[in-house]
Design a protein around this ligand. Structure first.
Ligand SMILES: O=C(O)CCC(=O)C(=O)O
Ligand SMILES: [Fe+2]
Length: 259
């Protein structure tokens, strides 16, 4: 599958039109990818049209995704290693933020460093009604990833993998490596299946400099490929469309993060 994209050069003359063009892709395919973005573009202002920027782990609203010293042995977004399929903030106490935005300051040179995405609706469509029912009724424990725990952020909450939203939509929470108990055969089976599905159905997006990728975090599963260029630098923002839950979780994590 190839990535769909919108060129700002073609659609950038009118900001409202651009937002509605992006919103169309977001609704139909679960993401939009904006290319040909000039230097000086106000990424924060633009993504603010889709939701409210929420504080992330440690309180920051914009998270720098850049390899850090001493992180390479951990499972963490701030290193050069591949990640496994996940949705973001599955361990937050309430609804995870609805949208996740990444924009690129400096792409990785050479192999790797693609952000990978797959549409969770495809996975759900493959499941039997009884499997869907189990995903909605069984609760599992979701915990912050190893790298965050290393930084003093440890959030744990129990949730079903599939949860209805008040507006009639669904929230998919997926973490291949931070859901428990792994002794549960249903959970193991589902995670293995999801991992395999992601391997077959994901598409890579190598975000170009200034490019902006924004997706529905209640629907899309994401990951990334390993890379070697330590200058790779993306910025990440989380957007909430309903008040409350996301920022509460961050408050819980904030006090533990060394500044
Ligand atoms: O580095 C990337 O491309 C994505 C990392 C990631 O999973 C995230 O920012 O949530
Ligand atoms: Fe992520």
């Amino acid at each position: 599958m190839t990535v769909r994209s919108i060129s700002l050069a073609d659609h950038g003359r009118n900001a409202d039109e651009l937002v509605s063009r992006c919103a169309q892709d977001l609704e139909s395919v679960g993401y939009f990818y904006l290319r040909d973005v000039p230097d000086g573009f106000d990424h924060e202002g633009f993504i603010g049209r889709f939701g409210t920027l929420t504080a992330q782990y440690g309180g920051t609203r914009i998270w720098d995704l850049k390899p850090e010293q001493g992180m390479d042995h951990l499972y963490h977004s701030k290193n050069t290693q591949a990640l496994v399929p996940h949705t973001e903030c599955y361990e937050f106490p309430g609804e995870p933020p609805r949208y996740l935005a990444l924009w690129c300051i400096q792409p990785a040179e050479g192999e790797g460093g693609a952000t990978t995405l797959a549409d969770g609706n495809e996975l759900l469509a493959e499941l039997s009604p009884s499997e869907v029912e189990q995903l909605r009724t069984r609760s599992y424990t979701f915990t912050s990833s190893e790298g965050l725990r290393h930084q003093g952020v440890e959030i744990t909450n129990r949730h079903p993998i599939l949860e209805p939203r008040p507006d009639g939509g669904l929230i998919l929470r997926f973490s291949y490596n931070n859901t428990s108990p792994m002794t549960d055969p249903f959970l193991r089976g589902f995670l293995e299946r999801g991992h395999e599905w992601f391997g077959e159905r994901h598409f890579p997006v190598t975000i170009e400099r200034n490019g902006l990728l924004l997706w529905d975090n209640h629907r899309m599963v994401h990951s990334r490929t390993a890379f070697s260029d330590r200058r790779r630098h993306l910025r990440r923002a989380l957007l909430a469309t309903a008040a409350g839950a996301a920022s509460d979780a961050v408050e819980a994590g904030r006090s533990k993060v060394p500044t």
